[in-house]
Design a protein around this ligand. Structure first.
Ligand SMILES: Cc1cc2nc3c(=O)[nH]c(=O)nc-3n(C[C@H](O)[C@H](O)[C@H](O)COP(=O)(O)OP(=O)(O)OC[C@H]3O[C@@H](n4cnc5c(N)ncnc54)[C@H](O)[C@@H]3O)c2cc1C
Length: 386
């Protein structure tokens, strides 16, 4: 079929081996446990350690800090395979392709040595806390603030919708560190939160989908963190907003990659199902409508693969623009939702049952159009460069 024997332009033998390994890992450690993860609103904690042992975490982090020494295309292989496995429980993308790169890019030498090896092994799980109850898209309006007290910062504020909120031991907190208005007073402060006084994990949020994901509220009450934990040290103070703007394109591309991976998963699973399901003496696949719908979905998914692979190649070459990443994010996640919705219809009533992966993928897909910058914000960013 048209999605078989597809090879990204950047794929080497090393990527192909990694793909094989990631696929086996998802099949053994994630797919069989999907329902249990959903019921407990989190993955097994030791999934992180197992992934670390298999070299699947922080693949783009330099080897000297315990990472895999690869680049973003290696991360992309794991992201795509996670999507292809239909998984939206494991907060791999936040940990490996978002949190770790902030530390690689902006951390001081001491910060890199302290945190990266633990993220790469799975000893620490990473989260990033930007969103607050009163502000999401308008990041400049955050209210969490840190005041100096000797060598420490005292942080007060609350965050919501934080992925890996239950399991995170390291949280990058977006906070004001001065009274300067808007973007200027914002810094990124890294907190090792386990047992930290003043740190509280709030509600596990009940969501429409992605039930295996530990999305939570976090709050900080007179929480004391060394000022040396400002990402980038003294030089990083007040640079948080710029750092976020520089890293968000990679986060957006990561969301697009998992989205197209899930679209492919839906097409493949629906082809298999409709060939099996019998009615009126035929299979569902025998209806011309089924063939047309799946031909269209497979073609759109193939177009999605070529688009994200172009963006991955550009990103590795340092050429991907913010607008291109925004385009990949909005178009890739719209594609994901459209394809999964059309595929689900071909499953009849079973498509509505949460025990079937297609139903879980349908519910989980919706948020992809919302987080990492809503798809409306993506279009606004694209149009700003017209
Ligand atoms: C499951 C889940 C996991 C998440 N994980 C994290 C996480 O780990 N860390 C984190 O910090 N955040 C996380 N988020 C938060 C997410 O990034 C925000 O929800 C998102 O940025 C939108 O912010 P908001 O919810 O405040 O919506 P709002 O900003 O209030 O947006 C409301 C509406 O206004 C529209 N809008 C906003 N700006 C414009 C514009 N310029 N033009 C047109 N329309 C516009 C939006 O598109 C939307 O339709 C997560 C959210 C969810 C649901």
């Amino acid at each position: 079929m048209i999605l078989d024997n597809y090879h990204p332009i950047w794929e080497t033998e090393e990527h192909a081996d990694l793909r094989e390994m990631a696929r086996e890992f998802m099949a053994a450690e994630i797919t069989p446990h999907a329902e249990r993860f959903a019921e407990s609103h989190q993955v097994d904690r030791d999934l992180w350690n197992k992934a670390g042992d298999n070299g699947l975490l922080c693949i783009s982090v330099p080897e000297e800090y315990g990472g895999g020494g690869g680049d973003f295309s290696h991360e992309a292989v794991v992201l795509y395979e996670q999507g292809l496995a239909g998984d939206d429980s494991w907060g791999y993308a936040i940990h490996s392709t978002i949190v770790a790169p902030y530390i690689v890019e902006y951390g001081t030498e001491e910060q890199k040595q302290r945190w990266l090896p633990k993220l790469a092994s799975g000893e620490l799980v990473g989260a990033i806390a930007m969103t607050e109850p009163t502000t999401g898209s308008d990041l400049k309006a955050i209210r969490t603030h840190a005041t100096r007290d000797g060598d420490d910062l005292i942080i007060n504020g609350s965050k919501t919708f934080i992925t890996n909120g239950t399991q995170a031991g390291l949280v990058i907190i977006v906070t004001r560190t001065s009274d300067e208005p808007g973007a200027r007073g914002i810094s990124l402060v890294v907190a090792e939160v386990d047992g930290l006084e003043g740190f509280e994990r709030g509600r596990v949020l009940a969501k429409l989908g992605g039930h295996g994901q530990d999305t939570r509220e976090l709050s900080f009450t007179n929480m004391r963190v060394p000022a040396a934990n400002i990402l980038g040290g003294e030089a990083g103070e007040g640079k948080g907003f710029i750092q976020l703007m520089q890293q968000l394109p990679q986060e957006r591309l990561a969301v697009a990659i998992s989205g197209v991976g899930q679209a492919e998963a839906a097409v493949r699973q629906t082809i298999a199902y409709t060939k099996e399901r019998k009615l009126f003496g035929h299979t569902v696949m025998d209806f011309q409508n089924t063939k047309f719908v799946l031909a269209e979905c497979a073609t759109e998914t193939l177009a999605g693969k070529t688009f994200i692979d172009y963006c991955i190649n550009e990103h590795d070459a340092g050429r991907l623009t913010g607008e291109q990443a925004s385009a990949a994010k909005y178009w890739g996640t719209d594609l994901q939702n459209r394809v999964i919705d059309r595929c689900l219809q071909l499953w009849g009533g079973y498509g509505f049952m949460m025990e079937y992966p297609i139903a879980r993928m349908y519910a989980g897909a919706r948020v992809q159009q919302i987080y990492a910058g809503t798809n409306e914000v993506m279009k606004d960013l694209i149009a700003r460069e017209f």
